[in-house]
Design a binder for this molecule. Structure first.
Ligand code: HEM
Length: 144
């Protein structure tokens, strides 16, 4: 437990440092630096494909309207990365409670997320920044 807390706060500290660096030195959001709507549109499409064809993640969506959920997910991520628009779905804890998700699911999600960013040739530093932000969602998505 203490180790998990340490890990979580370590990651949180990392993403806060990234966010501060971003604010003071780049003054542009991660969303903009990744390439804004032009990038996010392609990223959303590629990520959606990867999730659906993944043998661990895909079957989890068998009872849901994938396009609707994916649309909400991309708006959530856009907001998280400092993009425009307002996320109007459920909070991460509520949306994932009862889904029986564990670290394996989250790790796999993080893998396909990183793969999609790499395949679209996002800058290595920006990928690291995005991954640190994504990681902050783990406790809520897994209802820890
Ligand atoms: C890690 C980042 C993740 C984000 C940002 C995210 C985001 C979202 C969002 C925004 C929704 C819709 C909320 C709503 O209905 O109002 C949702 C639903 C859902 N997510 Fe995630 N999710 C993540 C990880 C995962 C993982 C790892 C899985 C496992 C496959 C998963 C499975 C689902 C399922 C099955 C639903 C539909 C729930 C339902 O129909 O009630 N999510 N997610």
């Amino acid at each position: 437990m203490a180790l998990l807390q340490k890990k979580f706060f370590g990651r949180l500290a990392k993403s806060i440092i990234f966010a501060l660096l971003n604010f003071f030195f780049f003054s542009k959001t991660l969303y903009d630096r990744l390439g804004a709507e032009n990038f996010f549109g392609k990223f959303g499409e590629l990520l959606g494909h990867k999730i659906l064809k993944d043998s661990l993640l895909g079957p989890k969506y068998s009872q849901t309207d994938f396009q609707k959920v994916h649309g909400l997910r991309m708006q959530f991520l856009k907001t998280l990365f400092g993009g425009p628009g307002k996320y109007e779905g459920r909070d991460m804890k509520t949306a994932h409670s009862g889904q029986q998700l564990n670290d394996q699911h989250f790790d796999r999600f993080a893998n396909v997320f990183e793969e999609a960013l790499s395949e679209l040739k996002a800058n290595e530093c920006l990928i690291k920044e995005a991954m640190a932000l994504l990681e902050t969602l783990r406790p809520d998505v897994l209802n820890k």
